[in-house]
Ligand binder design. Structure first.
Ligand code: HEC
Length: 185
């Protein structure tokens, strides 16, 4: 206590991050803004129903391109998926549930991330990184409450995704996450 008052308390130890975490964060941070730009452009050109193809075809293609470029396996997941392939595995699910809790406790959703060295089922070490994707205003045109979505969008989504669970989100909710993995070197 006295030491603290005199300003002599030891400063908190700096958190040293492994280089792979910083790399993963960079890659995870670079994909969503690119996707957002393409989405905005396409919505301006052909409305939200015309832009469904961006999320449907271009988003997975962009994730694939970023994977090839960076060497990380990249995908998007959600606790309430639209594409049935976007189901999280156990590690991703635990992170997403933690993100929801922290967002409910008013942590800024865009800053929510988790990184960990994880032992795979075959015993190999894997580097894993996951980062929350918050719902922005624009997203609610295709992921929002019914009042935010046009009948054309609702009809198109129903045709493409009969089991769609990715609606009802409000701005600030966590829509899902971008998740990266690669074998530890
Ligand atoms: C023009 C309509 C549209 C808009 C706007 C849109 N999305 Fe999507 N979103 C989709 C479609 C369609 C899919 C399914 C893509 C697929 O088949 O892989 C999807 C899938 C996703 C997924 C993958 C998980 C899942 O549920 O399948 C995430 C995460 C996601 N969107 C986040 C967002 C975020 C965040 C925004 C706003 C920045 C946004 N989306 C805006 C249509 C849209």
């Amino acid at each position: 206590m006295a030491l603290t008052l005199l300003g002599c308390a030891a400063p908190p130890a700096p958190v040293v991050e492994a280089p792979w975490v910083m790399q993963a964060r960079d890659v995870a941070g670079s994909v969503p803004p690119k996707l957002l730009a393409v989405l905005q452009e396409e919505i301006a050109r052909s409305g939200p129903e015309g832009a469904i193809g961006v999320c449907n075809v271009k988003a997975p293609a962009m994730a694939r391109a970023a994977s090839e470029q960076s060497g990380w396996a990249i995908r998007r997941v959600s606790l309430r998926h639209r594409n049935p392939k976007a189901v999280p595995d156990a590690w991703e699910r635990a992170a997403l549930e933690d993100f929801d809790r922290r967002a409910a406790a008013h942590e800024p959703p865009a800053s929510l991330e988790r990184s960990e060295l994880v032992k795979d089922t075959d015993g190999r070490l894997v580097q894993r990184y996951i980062r929350a994707l918050p719902t922005m205003d624009l997203c609610t045109q295709c992921h929002g409450t019914p009042d935010r979505m046009s009948p054309a969008v609702v009809a198109r989504l129903k045709a493409l995704y009969p089991d769609d669970r990715a609606v009802g989100y409000r701005p600030g909710d966590i829509r899902g996450a971008i998740t990266l993995r690669r074998p530890a070197l």
